[in-house]
Design a protein around this ligand. Structure first.
Ligand code: T3D
Length: 258
């Protein structure tokens, strides 16, 4: 049978495609474990500068495959700790930018996955639903942490309590995505965006991601100290010398080597 995660690489961009289109890419354990493994593998592959996560067919990810839950020999807690949580941690902890390219509906844990990218690109027909309350569950996979940081407590509660459907224009307005592209050109637009990101200084972006993620949970005082430490790592790296030299020579910096 075909792989539940497809992987391809072009111009430093590793694209991971959830591949259960007949189920709108609902996540079973095989898919979650394979995706986590692929994200971590992309992190250590020197040929990869940016990771894109997207879905095959008309959906992005419809969340937990509800056909897989009954008869499971794990508690909910055990299941989340074994599958979704390592995935979300792998993405946020990865030292490379992760773009979530939301090509269609993102529901439940699929919405959490859509939101946890460093850059979120939606197609015009993308839709996000905090669908958990429809089946009387609690939002998981990081949604309770991320969504209120994006839209505030009250809007987050409303979206979660009513499982309202957020379309692309509302997603843009609410800050759930950075850009919306037409369905017809979505894959090409995502690749072009990811290649722009891949041309940026990879080491500096890795430190930036680390600093931002830590800052979201800490104080200004801690952030100032962390910035001072990470700035040393950035400033000592060849990328910094290249950036400054290029500026002085009035040319574009070249951040891709080897
Ligand atoms: O550890 C744990 O297990 C807890 C973790 C929980 C994490 C979660 O994600 S809980 C939330 C689980 N997800 C849902 O409840 C979403 C269920 N799906 C929907 O509400 C709708 O499918 C959508 C709103 C996402 C899309 O609607 P629509 O009308 O565009 O498509 P559809 O016709 O409903 O779905 C197409 C097919 O995909 C259909 O199969 P069929 O009838 O053609 O054979 C449908 O059953 C299937 N599908 C969609 N979502 C799921 C699914 N099959 C299994 N699991 C799904 N989540």
């Amino acid at each position: 049978s075909e792989a539940v995660i497809l992987s391809s690489t072009r111009a430093g961009v590793r694209t991971l495609t959830l591949n259960r289109p007949e189920r709108l890419n609902a996540a079973n354990d095989a898919l979650l474990l394979a995706l986590t493994e692929e994200v971590l593998a992309a992190g250590t592959d020197p040929g990869v500068r940016v990771v894109v996560i997207t879905g095959a067919g008309r959906g992005f990810c419809a969340g937990q495959d509800l056909g897989d839950v009954s008869g499971r020999d794990m508690t909910f807690t055990e299941h989340l700790q074994a599958t979704y949580n390592p995935l979300i941690r792998a993405i946020r902890g990865l030292d490379k930018p992760v773009v979530t390219a939301v090509n269609g509906v993102a529901a439940g844990a699929g919405a959490s996955l859509a939101l946890c990218g460093d850059i979120r690109l939606w197609s015009a027909s993308a839709m996000l639903i905090e669908v958990f309350s429809n089946i009387a569950l609690v939002p998981d996979s990081g949604s309770t942490w991320l969504l209120p940081r994006l839209v505030g407590y009250h809007r987050a509660f409303e979206l979660m309590a009513l499982a309202e459907r957020v379309g692309a224009q509302d997603g843009l307005r609410l800050g759930l995505c950075e850009h919306v592209y037409p369905d017809e050109t979505f894959a090409a637009d995502v690749q072009a965006y990811a290649e722009r990101l891949a041309a940026r200084p990879a080491h500096a972006l890795a430190l930036t991601k680390r600093a931002l993620n830590a800052a979201l949970t800490g104080t200004l005082d801690e952030a100032l100290d962390r910035e001072a430490e990470l700035q040393q790592l950035a400033g000592d790296h060849w990328e910094h010398l290249e950036g400054v030299t290029a500026f002085k020579e009035k040319r574009a910096a070249e951040f891709v080597r080897g």
